[in-house]
Design a protein around this ligand. Structure first.
Ligand code: GLA
Length: 392
């Protein structure tokens, strides 16, 4: 993202006026608990120091005029045109504009008709890499409209409104993990989030360890169609299990031991998908215990186990992600590594001893290139605060 000062300068240049509000929302990395948020499971993400920033001001007309600085594109839509996912002139909205438009659409339905505005925004979150660049755009715009229009939603309600925008307007059946993390991030902490009860609490991470992200630079192909299919297969597994366990509502309701007893009654594909979900939820609880016991090795081992399960049972990995994990595992100071986010490409997340971080970053970068001839991007992140806004 370009700096706040540059964003404001760009705003002044484009609109010949001063912006009034600066809003920001971070991306996230999920440390453990993958593909369980739409199964009522528990997750362990953190908000990261990569974010979306917007400089904006309210205007009298009902036009929403957005400049996406990174893409050098501009869009204008109105309350009426967004119903049809069109711009003011009747042209289909480009993909990037569906996120702010979806948020405007949901907020308007929730009795907060959004005001017209002029806005310039930029992001430092790699796009389509599994670090929730789209959720951060949604949350940043929801935060912006709340600031400009003077209403407030509870943090989780705001996250849910953004999730609804993604589900119903953009058309991806995602869970609440990404939007929750972007709204509720706490500096220096992981977030333990129960997606069923919506209870959550910040947890201090190991003080002598750092989270390192490795972007494979592999485009995520088929991500949204395969994602939606995984979700359907989980629902199918629930329907089969309900024949034996009528009170079961989601895969959250069955323990790994119980699941072993009923596994064989499920269709082949559903067996493996459900196995991942059931065990991944158990891994998150084990990780919380490992954290409490300051057991770095146990925590890291759970990350590796999660990766293998996502690769073999859930089948959302990619050969380049497997290579990144394989290399990381051999490097000094690495406790754990796994793919993060929806998968099919994107990033891995690594837990590394602070004293070894520089060497780890350099070596993973170099060895990944030597193996694949793809120039990845490896960088350490810190846990950051959730979305916020201020007057400028
Ligand atoms: C995407 C979705 C999340 C979650 C993850 C997988 O990031 O947006 O809701 O399902 O994939 O854990």
């Amino acid at each position: 993202m370009i700096s706040e000062i540059d964003l404001i300068a760009n705003f002044v240049q484009r609109f010949q006026a001063q912006p009034r509000v600066f809003a920001r929302a971070p991306g996230r990395v999920n440390i453990l608990g993958e593909h369980v948020d739409y199964n009522d499971g528990v997750v362990l993400p953190m908000a990261i120091d990569r974010e979306v920033g917007i400089a904006a001001r309210k205007i009298d007309s009902n036009e929403v005029n957005l400049v996406a600085l990174d893409l050098n594109e501009e869009v204008v839509f109105t309350q009426q045109s967004l119903q049809e996912k069109k711009d003011k002139w009747g042209e289909p909205l480009p993909k990037w504009a569906l996120y702010p438009a979806g948020v405007a659409w949901v907020l308007s339905q929730k009795c907060h008709p959004v005001s017209g505005l002029q806005a310039v925004f930029s992001s430092s979150i790699p796009i389509g890499a599994g670090l929730s660049s789209s959720a951060a755009v949604e949350v940043a715009f929801a935060t912006l409209w709340s600031a400009l229009d003077g209403w407030q939603l509870q943090p989780l309600e705001l996250a849910q409104a953004c999730q609804q925008a993604e589900n119903e307007y953009v058309g991806v059946a995602c869970g609440l993990l990404d939007q929750f993390s972007s709204v509720c991030g706490v500096e220096g902490h992981l977030l333990f989030f129960d997606t069923r009860s919506l209870e959550w609490k910040p947890l201090q991470f190991f003080e002598d360890c750092v989270i390192v992200i490795a972007d494979s630079r592999v485009e995520r192909s088929l991500a949204s169609s395969e994602y939606n299919r995984r979700r359907e297969t989980c629902e199918e597994a629930v329907r089969h299990l309900q024949r034996f366990l009528p009170n079961l509502k989601s895969l959250r309701d069955i323990s790994p031991v119980e699941f072993a007893a009923y596994r064989e009654y499920l269709p082949q594909e559903a067996q493996r998908r459900a196995e991942h979900v059931v065990k991944e939820i158990a891994r998150v609880y084990s990780a919380v215990t490992a954290l409490k016991n300051q057991d770095r090795r146990a925590f890291g081992a759970l990350m590796y186990a999660s990766h293998y399960s996502l690769r073999d049972d859930y089948e959302v990995s990619h050969p380049n992600l497997d290579i990144l994990v394989e290399i990381a595992k051999q490097l000094p100071g690495c406790y754990g590594a796994r793919l993060t986010g929806a998968g099919f490409g994107g990033c891995t997340v690594n837990m590394v001893a602070k004293s070894e971080v520089e060497r780890f970053v350099e070596q993973l970068d170099r060895l990944y290139y030597e193996r694949t001839r793809v120039q990845g991007k490896v960088f350490a992140v810190v846990a950051s605060q959730g979305a916020s806004w201020k007057l400028v």
